[in-house]
Design a protein around this ligand. Structure first.
Ligand SMILES: Cc1cc2nc3c(=O)[nH]c(=O)nc-3n(C[C@H](O)[C@H](O)[C@H](O)COP(=O)(O)OP(=O)(O)OC[C@H]3O[C@@H](n4cnc5c(N)ncnc54)[C@H](O)[C@@H]3O)c2cc1C
Ligand SMILES: NC(=O)c1ccc[n+]([C@@H]2O[C@H](COP(=O)([O-])OP(=O)(O)OC[C@H]3O[C@@H](n4cnc5c(N)ncnc54)[C@H](O)[C@@H]3O)[C@@H](O)[C@H]2O)c1
Length: 481
């Protein structure tokens, strides 16, 4: 149990083993883990417990997408011979569902739970006042080690006119009282793509502005399938479009694009990437280096100040996902508590975008393998080869296995039905350095999308089976009865 809980009196100086700043996925994991090992822990959070994922990110977006999928299911039921028709969407009830999902998960991240674990939770802004001391309200914390898990915030683009119009970000969009008539989304990354589909399916007109293409970080063949689904459902996609100016109109906003055209909408949602909150942490005072991408860390997630680590979205150059944040929050406990080495391997972190169809990736994409000059082959398996895809009438999918020498997996990308779940399986295979031989021997339940790994293995090994020597061996062995 912490020697300090509950909340300290004003002016107190605390000297815990560990001080964690930020109670999102990264900070909560570090705090809970350290407390479980008997370390004294102080956790400082200035906003809502649970951070972005619970309050303004993964949870509300996935809950909104689930409501949107129900609406789309009604629209598409006809292809199964079931008639439902255009659904009536009660947006207040949708919002209640989103809120309900947050409230159901909230207790796991709550101050009460963490105090129950023995963590001292201080609900205020923290900043360094020296290389080894942090000020949280009126409490000074001189910890043996610090973990900065301060997350990121939406990047507000430098767009002329933006200061004159109302706009939404992920921090406000889930609180909308009414369904937007026409939502204009700036940014075609995962936030833009997921929310474009969610609002379109719930009944809004949606225009998505993407500087390059939709889901630019993803494999082009896989992203094209998601793109086609969005367009089929009526999302107006403006790819290769640069927003250059915005102005208010009586009905909402008027967004001017670089090619001279304009888009008119009732609401504007900014989904133009993330930036790191570093300015208000007093990093300079503590000798902690940072850049536009975040707090600079080495492979063990240590900052330029040897007492201080940075994890999650706040750490520069690291993948910005909840599971990555949680992983980093646990990883830093190795050096902090046990003086063991730790090495963050960003390349091993899988990701999924929860559009329908979802898109998952782990390891290298085909373009990344090519750019690195790796000796590789790509085995592409369309979902028309999956019996499950046929039973669900969802053959709009593709899996791409990027393999190196002797069939070793370098990366797997998959879009289609249940691709998010299947990505977890392939992430395990990659983390265990498996190859297509392992996938060929893996028995998945029938009919599931996971069987697609075996399909890829069959396609890879088929030419070997056809070799003259192999055939001659089979023929020779036949003689023995
Ligand atoms: C719309 C959206 C959907 C997303 N969906 C997914 C998804 O489906 N799956 C996925 O893996 N990822 C998703 N993400 C990304 C995911 O939300 C982040 O990667 C994750 O929340 C990062 O966790 P974190 O702990 O690093 O930071 P955060 O969750 O941002 O937590 C940081 C905390 O630090 C606090 N803080 C900051 N500065 C200070 C200070 N000086 N003093 C005290 N407290 C401070 C903040 O208040 C905040 O609570 C999504 C993001 C968005 C925006
Ligand atoms: N399913 C998930 O795991 C999930 C879901 C949502 C978000 N996230 C995380 O949240 C982070 C943020 O996502 P995001 O979608 O906001 O960011 P992003 O950086 O992935 O995409 C933003 C896009 O906006 C475009 N853009 C920026 N300014 C523009 C302009 N003026 N005109 C036109 N286009 C412009 C950029 O080119 C970029 O493609 C991601 O890094 C991701 O890791 C994850």
């Amino acid at each position: 149990m912490s020697r300090f809980s509950p909340s300290p009196a004003a002016g107190t100086v605390l000297t815990p083993d560990l001080c964690v700043v930020g109670a999102g996925a990264a900070g909560l994991t570090a705090a809970a883990g350290a407390a479980a090992f008997g370390a004294s822990v102080v956790l400082v959070e200035r906003g809502a417990m649970g951070g972005d994922c619970l309050n303004y990110g993964c949870v509300p977006s996935k809950a909104l997408l689930a409501a949107a999928a129900a609406a789309q299911g009604a629209r598409e039921a006809g292809r199964f011979g079931v008639s439902a028709g255009e659904p009536a969407v009660d947006f207040a009830a949708v919002r209640a569902h989103v809120r309900g999902a947050i409230e159901a998960i909230e207790p796991a991240d709550s101050q009460a739970r963490f105090e129950g674990l023995g963590v001292t939770v201080i609900r205020t802004q923290a900043r360094f006042v020296s290389a080894d001391a942090l000020l949280a309200g009126t409490t000074t914390i001189r910890a043996r080690r610090f973990v900065l898990a301060t997350g990121s915030r939406p990047r507000i683009p430098d767009l002329p006119g933006l200061d004159t119009v109302p706009y939404l970000t992920n921090e406000t969009v889930f609180d909308l009282a009414e369904l937007p008539r026409h939502l204009v989304i700036l940014g075609g990354g995962p936030v833009g793509a997921e929310l474009a589909q969610a609002f379109r399916r719930l009944g809004s007109a949606v225009t998505l502005i993407a500087r390059n293409r939709c889901l630019p970080r993803e494999d082009a063949d896989l992203a094209a399938i998601v793109r086609a689904a969005l367009v089929r459902e009526g999302v107006i996609l403006r790819e290769g479009a640069e927003a250059v100016r915005v102005e208010a109109t009586p009905g909402g906003v008027h967004l001017h694009l670089g090619d001279g055209s304009a888009v008119e909408g009732s609401h504007l949602l900014l989904a133009a990437g993330r930036e790191v909150r570093a300015g208000d942490l007093g990093l300079e005072v503590a000798g902690i280096a940072h850049n536009a991408d975040g707090i600079r860390v080495d492979a063990s997630l240590r900052t330029a100040n040897r007492r201080v680590y940075a994890v999650g979205d706040a750490a520069a150059g690291m993948p910005r996902f909840t599971h990555a944040a949680g992983h980093m929050g646990g990883l830093v406990l190795r050096p902090i508590l046990f003086r063991l080495p730790a090495r963050m391997r960003p390349g091993a972190i899988p990701r999924a975008t929860y559009t329908d169809p979802p898109l998952g990736q782990v390891g290298l994409t085909e373009a990344e393998a090519r750019a690195r000059g790796l000796d590789h082959r790509v085995i592409a398996v369309p979902f028309t080869e999956s019996d499950r895809a046929w039973t669900q009438a969802r053959t709009d999918g593709l899996a791409k296995f990027v393999v190196g020498r002797r069939g070793r997996l370098l990366g797997v990308g998959i879009t289609g039905l249940h691709a998010d779940e299947a990505t977890g399986l392939f992430a395990l295979a990659l983390s265990r350095r498996m190859g297509l031989r392992d996938l060929s021997g893996f028995v998945a339940p029938y009919p599931t999308i996971a069987e697609i790994g075996r399909r890829a293995a069959s396609a890879y090994f088929r030419p070997y089976a056809a070799r003259r020597l192999v055939r001659a061996t089979v023929s020779f062995l036949r003689r023995f009865g």
